[in-house]
Design a protein around this ligand. Structure first.
Ligand SMILES: Nc1ncnc2c1ncn2[C@@H]1O[C@H](COP(=O)(O)OP(=O)(O)OP(=O)(O)O)[C@@H](O)[C@H]1O
Ligand SMILES: [Mg+2]
Length: 340
């Protein structure tokens, strides 16, 4: 059996791992549950099940904030456990190659934190490579990234929105916004609290966003949610109007569009002409926000393309980069790049 390769996209909300030997993509919550400060209780989706439901002795957290690793110790434990989970007894994970997608618009120290995860003794990585996230995203959506043609990719994730223009296998412009789906959920929590005197959790806010959210106009729909009444302190059920979700999310979406326009203005004219031709590629899980593509199209007058699984676009790109020879040179050895 050929030596295994893992392709990894560590997001704020989800961790996606490609296993070349098994030809699988694992997509789980990037969460860890720790009991009594030391004992690992659960990782991934299992930890998410416990989120907002635990006693004080159990701490459930996301180790990545705004696209960078904020809690290195817990991220290391989570990473090792997820890699173990993504292999079978037949396919070992030790001495495998690892390829990490890293955001572009962050510091070298923050980038290093990603690939150093695979340098731990438990994983025994043979070779570690890095690929810029927008490049992997481009390969994932099926763009010929190494052609001299400009392409704009907007990855609308959980804590970040990365707007990039790529050409000739490299990044011409990249702008990382510290906003994404989590900001939408937070705003929904606050407005529901204000308008309905109701305290809801982030999971409920996310459900409201997925069911009632619309970027263009508020639907006539409503959704029943459980929460705690701010005045009486008692658990109650309330019917939330789509209008509330629309009001809570509108400004965040408008800010993203303002930044997309700013990057379009900064794009060299020849590349801008290519973007007019092919349009904008929307990726990241939040690209699924209802009618966001329509809003971007209305505001920019450009064609919008969304791939079938926008949240897995980066890891799908890495899977091609580590398996298809024509893409392999898009991944580089991080230390070499730093020294150069
Ligand atoms: N149908 C949907 N409508 C709106 N938002 C959605 C939908 N499905 C998923 N999302 C949102 O997508 C986000 C997760 O996307 P993704 O997995 O791309 O994020 P991430 O890679 O973990 O984050 P980041 O890239 O910002 O670090 C969450 O905020 C989730 O609520
Ligand atoms: Mg992401």
């Amino acid at each position: 059996m050929a030596q295994n390769v893992f392709g990894i996209d560590i997001g704020t909300s989800n961790i996606k791992i490609y296993n070349r030997n098994l030809e699988t993509i694992m997509n789980e919550k990037n969460m860890i549950a720790i009991q009594n400060k030391t004992q690992v209780l659960a990782v991934g989706d299992e930890a998410y099940e416990m989120y907002e439901k635990t006693p004080d002795s159990i701490c459930v957290s996301y180790p990545v904030k705004f696209g960078v690793i904020a809690d290195i110790k817990n991220m290391q434990i989570l990473f090792e456990n997820m890699i173990k989970k993504s292999r079978t007894a037949k396919f070992a994970y030790q001495n495998a190659d690892f390829c990490f997608a890293v955001p572009t618009d962050i510091t070298e120290v923050e980038k290093r934190a990603f690939y150093e995860l695979a340098e731990s003794s438990k994983v025994h990585a043979k070779k570690i490579t890095v690929v810029e996230k927008p490049v992997a995203d481009g390969v994932g959506v099926g763009i010929q990234v190494d052609s001299p043609k400009g392409n704009m990719i907007v990855n609308f994730g959980a804590d970040t929105t990365e707007i990039s223009v790529i050409s000739l296998g490299g990044i011409v412009i990249s702008h990382l916004m510290q906003t994404g789906g989590n900001r939408l959920d937070e705003n929904i929590c606050s407005l529901v609290r204000k308008q309905y005197n109701l305290i809801i959790g982030m999971k409920t806010a996310e459900q409201l966003k997925k069911k009632l959210g619309d970027a263009v106009e508020a639907a006539e729909e409503t959704m029943k949610v459980y929460g705690r009444d701010l005045v009486t302190g008692l658990p109650v059920v309330r019917e939330i109007q789509a209008e509330t979700v629309y009001q809570a999310t509108h400004d965040v979406l408008a800010n993203i569009i303002t930044d997309i326009k700013m990057i379009l203005e900064r794009t060299p004219p020849e590349l801008a002409a290519d973007i007019i031709d092919t349009g904008i590629f929307l990726t990241g899980g939040s690209a699924l926000f209802r009618n966001f593509d329509k809003l971007v199209r209305q505001e920019t007058e450009l064609k919008i393309n969304i791939p079938p699984k926008p949240d897995e676009c980066v890891v799908c790109g890495i899977s091609k980069i580590v398996t298809e020879p024509e893409y392999m040179e898009l991944a580089y050895l991080p230390r070499e790049k730093v020294i150069n």
